[in-house]
Design a protein around this ligand. Structure first.
Ligand code: ADP
Ligand code: MG
Length: 427
């Protein structure tokens, strides 16, 4: 679709607001444009936390020379044109606001060559005015340089943090984008040094290794769940990787939620994920997860927040429950009613975590010594089998049920057992 200015009627339907708050929002908007342009390689360079210099280069479709000027006008977009497009948004951008908003607060240079042209063009912007333009040799794709952001609006500079903090925010954005698009090769250079790079071969675990390190990446558990009632596919698809219970963090920022390719912030979805870990993870600790939630385009409203980081679902409760079920089921599968090998006691212990749990209590309270005394005997039974022939003889520290079992003494974490009973009741 050519770049056109939205009608007043359409423009009035766009969630208005400030898109460019800080350097990381510039990076996010430019990278989104590159993704929308079908790029397979996106390179980002920043200097001084992006305050002095940001460059985003892609190998996407490029912009036809005669459309460059219009791209810098408000509400100019090639991505939607009529109401039904707004209700079925496939692209990350749709508001036609990023380029003009960035241009008015900084110095922008754009070089581009579209797929149908044999040479490229450039423009240099001063605010919303083109101050220089002409032909310029360029590979197919687009490269945008944003310099001295907010130098013309010093009031905004006051709200920025140090270059190191701003650089860190940019890193977070780039890493999240890379996890949302494992098929795109991302590179981030900070102060001329390579900071981050992905292979771009579509392997989410590989990208997680680039983001969180090899050990974390190899421990992640795959999730996949479709919302199907009466066996019928309803169009909600949950996929991704979640951390095992032993990988916990002190805040929620490691729960990455990607809805139709868009990184979103959602308290309710994060809550769904955390609830699924209930009984598996200590209180006040938070899991690590990279979760893709794909829903039919017409069941998602992305036009809620100016930076497009919040979304609304038509079937919110189904999305919530499908997400929760998928995480919970994968955790249970990872920590199954076990098929246990007696040699690796510690691992086995964690696989019993649904029932004979180590969550929620300090390690000194773990009933390890008892297990260690007779591991071979114990692990002949699954908890389900063992529970059937257990005889309760008491309670210890109001935490553990003490039971006589088929081949010895059992300590059952009663809190976790209760959780498990409730869980199996509702599922
Ligand atoms: P939006 O992304 O909401 O359409 P923008 O202001 O971000 O609005 O961009 C305006 C238009 O400029 C886009 O619709 C697109 O046609 C074009 N454009 C911007 N960046 C790129 C890019 N990297 N590659 C190709 N086209 C681009
Ligand atoms: Mg855009």
């Amino acid at each position: 679709m050519p770049i056109k200015i939205l009608s007043n009627d359409m423009a009035s339907k766009i969630a208005a607001g400030e898109v460019v708050e800080r350097p990381s929002s510039v990076v996010k908007e430019l990278v989104e444009n590159s993704i929308d342009a079908g790029a397979s390689i996106i390179s980002i360079e920043i200097w001084d936390g992006g305050l002095r210099y940001i460059r985003v280069t892609d190998d996407g479709t490029g912009i036809p020379t005669d459309e460059i000027a219009i791209a810098f006008q408000r509400f100019a977009t090639s991505k939607i044109s009529v109401q039904t497009d707004l209700e079925n948004i496939k692209s990350l951008g749709f508001r036609g606001e990023a380029l003009p908003s960035i241009a008015v607060v900084s110095e922008v240079d754009l070089t581009t060559r579209d797929v149908d042209s044999i040479s490229g063009s450039f423009v240099r912007m001063d605010g919303s005015t083109i101050v220089d333009s002409g032909p310029k040799s360029s590979p197919i794709g687009t490269s945008i340089t944003v310099e001295n952001i907010f130098s013309k609006v010093p009031a905004r500079l006051k709200f920025l943090k140090t270059p190191a903090v701003e650089a860190n925010r940019i890193q977070v954005v780039v890493r999240q984008m890379a996890m949302a698009f494992p098929g795109i090769k991302f590179t981030l250079d900070i102060e001329g040094k390579k900071n981050f790079a992905t292979a771009g071969i579509g392997d989410l675990r590989g990208v997680c290794s680039d983001v969180y390190g090899h050990n974390v990446a190899t421990s992640l558990i795959e999730i996949t769940e479709e919302d199907s009632r009466d066996g019928e596919h309803k169009g909600i698809l949950i996929t991704g990787l979640i951390g095992p219970p032993e990988i916990s963090r002190s805040n929620r920022s490691y729960i990455n939620l990607i809805v139709n390719g868009r990184i979103v912030q959602s308290r309710s979805l994060s809550f769904a994920v955390e609830q699924a870990y209930h009984g598996f993870m200590k209180e006040k600790r938070h899991p690590l997860a990279i979760i893709n939630i794909d829903v039919p385009l017409n069941e998602l409203d992305v036009n809620v927040h100016p930076a497009k980081s919040e979304v609304r679902f038509v079937r919110e409760s189904e999305v919530f429950s499908t997400l929760q079920k998928s995480v919970r089921n994968s955790l249970l599968k990872f920590s199954p009613l076990p098929n246990i090998h007696p040699d690796s006691m510690n691992e086995n212990y964690s696989t019993w975590s649904g029932l004979l749990t180590r969550q929620g209590h300090s390690s000194s309270r773990r009933p390890m010594p008892i297990f260690q005394s007779q591991p071979t005997e114990l692990f002949r039974y699954t908890p389900r089998e063992a529970a059937a022939s257990m005889y309760v003889i008491g309670q210890s520290q109001k935490l553990y049920i003490v039971a006589d079992g088929p081949e010895g003494l059992f300590l059952v974490d009663q809190h976790a057992a209760h959780e498990r009973v409730l869980y199996e009741d509702v599922n």
